[in-house]
Every structure is written in C-alpha cells, then in structure tokens.
Design a protein around this ligand. Sequence first.
Ligand code: GLC
Length: 713
Amino acid sequence: MADISIGQRIALTGGKDFWHTNEAEGVTSIMVADGPHGLRAQPPERADNLGIGGSMPATCFPPAVGLASTWDPDIIQEVGEALADEALAQGVSVILGPGINIKRDPRCGRNFEYFSEDPFLTGKLACALVDGIQSGGVGACVKHFAANNQETDRMRRDSQVDERTLREIYLRPFETVIKRAKPWTIMCSYNVLNGTLVSQNRWLLTEVLRGQWHYDGVVMSDWGAVRDRVAAMKAGLDLEMPANQAHLDDALAAWQAGQLDFDVIRRASDRVLALVDKANRSSKGADFDQATHHELARRAAGEAIVLLKNDDDLLPLKPDCDYCVIGEFARTPRYQGAGSSLVAATKVDNALDALAEFGAVPFASGGDEAVELASRHDIAVVFLGLGEAEESEGYDRKSLDIPADQLKLLDRILKVNEKVVVVVSNGAAVTLPFAGKVPAIVEGWLLGQGGGWAIAQVLMGNINPSGKLAETIPLRLEDAPSFPFFPGDASGVRYGEGLFVGYRGYDARRQPVAFPFGHGLSYTTFSLKDVGISCDDAGVHVQLRVTNTGDRRGRQVIQVYLSMPDSKVVRVPKELKGFASVALESGESELVNINIPREELGYWAQPAGRFVIESGSYEIHVGISSRDLVFSEKIQISGDEPRCKFSMLSTIREVLAAPGGREAFGPIVEAAFGGDGYNRGEDNMMADVPIGALAGLASLNRDQIARLVETLN
Ligand code: GLC
C-alpha cells in the first residue's frame, strides 16, 4: 500500500491495545490471543491490566507436555484444527502458540507449556500443531524465539550458548517449524542471547531468521519485551505488543531525525499488512461445537497418558476388583498450568466421577481416613502431584519433589497395603522416590479438561495407555546435565552442558535414570521384526514389521536413533531422528517405514557455518524407548564436509593418513625421530605434533615441508 502515510506505517508496527494490532486507513486491526492449548481470548470489556483473567470459555486441550507424550502428529494436528475453529468463533486471527522452547532443565516453571528435551520431537510435533491451526485459516505464533529456557529473571538474563549447541538444540525446532510449517508469526523472547537483548538481536531476527531460513512472516515481541523500539525495528522486530505509544513516538521521531530509514519502517509495516490481509481472508464468528471439542480433548488426553510401571499386570483394574481412590487430584484435577496459557475450560472431567460410572468408588482425600480406607481394600489408587502454585510461568521450581505431605501419606498407605497404583499429575518431571515400592505408576502430566475421564478409562482398561516420555525422569535433580548451571545469576546463565541436554547428557555419562526418554508401557505387547535399513541420496530408510502380539488393541511408538561412535567431532551418544505411531488390533501386523531425511544427518560445523554431514560409519538404532533398542546396524554414509585443506598445522597423524601422505611424509618423520616407528600413524607421543614443527628437526626446511603439504592439497 504505497499511499499509506509514514505515521500510519509506524502505527501498524505496534499494538492498539493488549490484544489487537493497530488499524490504519483501509487497514483493520486483528486480534491475537493465547494459546497454546486453548483460547484465552479476553473481550475488551473483560480485559484486565495483566491480561490474565476474564477470558471467554474455550476447550482446554492437553498442554504441550501432554500433547508431546502422545508422539502422535495426527492427533496434534486435529487439536490444532479445533483451536482454529474456536479462534475464528471468538474473532481471533492469531493464536499465540505453540511454545517450542527446549526443556533444558526440569525445574523450568513453564515446561508444561513446552514439548520436549529433544529438538527433533519438538519440531515434528510443533509442525503438526501449526499445520492444524493454519489449515483453519488462523495464524500460529511459534514462541519464544530463542533460548528462553527458564523463568528466573526471564526479561534480563543472558542465555550464553555456544553456536553449535544453539543451532543443533535450541534453534533447531524453530528452524524446522519455520521451514516446514511456515507459521504466520513468530514471537521473540524476553531474554538476552549471548550479550544482545533478543528483541534487538539482529543476528537472530535478521541474519538467521531471514537471511538463512528465509522466513517472510511477522516477528512480534513477547509482551513487554521491547526496550528500544528503534533498535528493535532495525534488528528485524516487526510488531511490538502490547500497545506502547511512547515507542511509536520514538520511531516517528527517529525517522524525522534521519535515524530510522523509511525502508526499515516499510519492511516491518508491509509484513504486518500482509498478516492482516491473510487474517481477513477467514470468516469469523461461527460458533464451535463444544461437545465435539471436548471429546477430542478426551481422546488426546487418552493418548498422552504414560504407563511407567505395571508389575504383575496390576493394571488395568478388573471390573469386579476391590479398590479405593485416594487423593484430592482425583476429585479436583490439575489439568493445566498457570500464567498466560490459562484457559477458562468449557467443562472439566474428574477421575472420581468417571470411575463412578463403573461402580461405586470408596474415596478419601487424604489424612488418616485415607490410610484406614487403604487398609480395607485390595488395591489403593493414590493420586499425587504438583499443585497450581508449584509450577508456573514466571518462576522456576527449586526442586523436583512431590510435596512432602503427599509422600508421607503414601508411605503410611504402603505400610498397610502394598498393592498401590500411583497416578501423578504434574507439568514437568518429578522425582519418584517410591518407584521401587509400588507396583504401578501412571504419569498423567497435565491433560486438559478431558484428562480426568481419560485417566479413569486407562485405569479400567477402556483405553490402552500408549504415551511415551518426551522428557527424561531422573532419579535425582542433581543428575540433570544442566543442574550446576541453572538458572545462572545476574552475570547470565551459561549452557555449560552444551549439546548434552536431557537424554543426550544422561546417556553420555551412562547415568541411570528413573524412566528414560521415549519410555512408556502398554497393556498389550508388540514384536518388532524384519528390520531393514538402507541409505541413498534422500537419507536413511528404516523398514520393519510391527505386530500386536497381545490380546487387545494398542498403539506403539517406534523410535529411530542415530549414533556416530567414531566421529571426528564431539557427539552425543545417540539422537532421535525418526519415529512412527502405529495402532494395531490384537494379532494385527503392519509394515512400518521411517525415513530420516538427509538434512537431519548433519552436525553444525564451525568455521563452515552450516550443517555438515560427516562421511563415515553410523549406527542406526530401532526401539521402543531411548534405552530399549531392539535392533542396531552400522551403515556407511558419504558426507558433504568441506574438503579438508592440509596446512603446516596438520598433525603427523593427519598427513600420514591422507592419500599419498605416507609416501611423502613417512621418510621425513622417520628421519626426524630416528626410525622409532613414529611414522606408522598410530597413537604415539608424536602423532599429534603439527608437521610444521618438524622443520629444523629433519634435514628439510620449512619451505620444503610446506611444498610437500601443498602436494596433499
Ligand atoms: C507472556 C508470555 C507469552 C504470552 C504473552 C501474552 O508474558 O511469555 O507466551 O503469549 O505474554 O499473554
């Protein structure tokens, strides 16, 4: 729109109020709203200052911690489609989600709103949610870009991350979603990244996002993340939210003073115009079907539940079994996290009422009554978990413990009854000190408004649990790779564990864990057979036959991990690079194909400054958990590493190993070291000495050695 005034262009780069973009001549404003797992739309008359209360009723689907535990892109896409329906019904054009920050440390208060400790799983599942949302004509907003992995001091703290770790772990999910799902918008985070405030971080918002990933959507700020509007706009931040008239005035004054180019203003405002144009193509106002969405919320919750332990097939409860239920979470479920993602749910199921559908359920909330009840019944189903105040946006946990009073109650119950099923409600990993003392544990995470019903169906066997851990459950907080470095201090938070986040770190230190990444049991059994692996220019292809060898329908998640034990660079022991969710009737069998695209095989190489595939021998592992791998095979992969140039700094080992190197350099090395076998290129005291250091030692001078080095190149 060439005829729009500079003042209006600048206005378009800011909000009109808490939830709307500005309007201009011929340009409507559009509404944005949280997200990510349910609409939190505040009509103007109900908007409060912090924008937290008074939102319209909406379906509260499982938060990302639950959706991720499904490992099922299909159902996540369905949730996205339903979210779009509800957004349109409430006149919302952009949903502020999904949150795709990596769960670096289990203490992060907002982990319930994020998917996983693994970038590949996060990227795949987030694409499904974005695809679902945007297929409905509503924009998504992937957040919080980037390295916003804690709540402590989140608006100031400097995330200090080396580039390889940043690229392979913390930026990777954003890169995946930007390139594959093309979200309409992306939200920049509050924090500082390697010394520069993210909302003014040109390297991130322009060089990487635009120059390397070719993103053409809108970069909006997190709410209140902008400190200097002019610097932010120059760095690549298009839209500041919420409204901040003083900042718009700053931008106009800077333009008038010749300190802010018209092209920068036009670039930002044109992107906002394109967003508004896209948003206005969707018709708004049609109502949504609450009952249908509630059924979807239940179905998603049912796939999210992770059966961690089930000794002697104690679960599912037999219809006529004599059991009781203990714990307030059974009656008053905790089904979502606190903060900006809080949804006013259209209805909320609780497990106790859902269990009562199967017959009367003796219940006690806690205390001596609960212990006495447990002593009078064959099985005690005990609901434990974290309360609303224990984990939230805005602050981090200090420990991974379930509250002591709950653990004490469980201990007293175990003294009178050993047949205990523990059901846990929590937004992020908690330590399970009782894991060796109870026969069955159900990880219920936070499951949204349908979670209480779903838990009851799993306990009674109407749903066969199929969830898998998207984050490791450690034995102790101190075992977490990030433990010493989190949450840092005023000088910043150093990501000292580097690549070794989550299972990457536990595996590297061969650390025992309570339950590993990818773990989850079923009421049926599966066989994985006839595994075949091939490799071509497109990538690595895994094929196998999965059979449901048990007596009931079930779903299994087949996982594929990649290792490179002899790599020339530092590597984590294994990385998830593929998975498939397979639902099978009893006795049914399916040929499953899992393809690892070639671009997933690289590591971030400096100084090449790109993902490089290293030539050599890799191991492909296939299994049903990161620590339950039933098949491994070595394959050769030809890489695309830049041709290695030899120099005077190349070591004796390197030049002797190069084609023609032994002929050229063998005699020199022998002459230099008196023929003691140092020229065999094996491990020895001199192997890592740079060849240039031989000048003077041997009969050759530097120029002659340099000329020999060049012959290798
Ligand atoms: C917040 C959150 C962000 C949310 C926004 C609007 O502080 O960090 O995720 O979308 O404000 O509520």
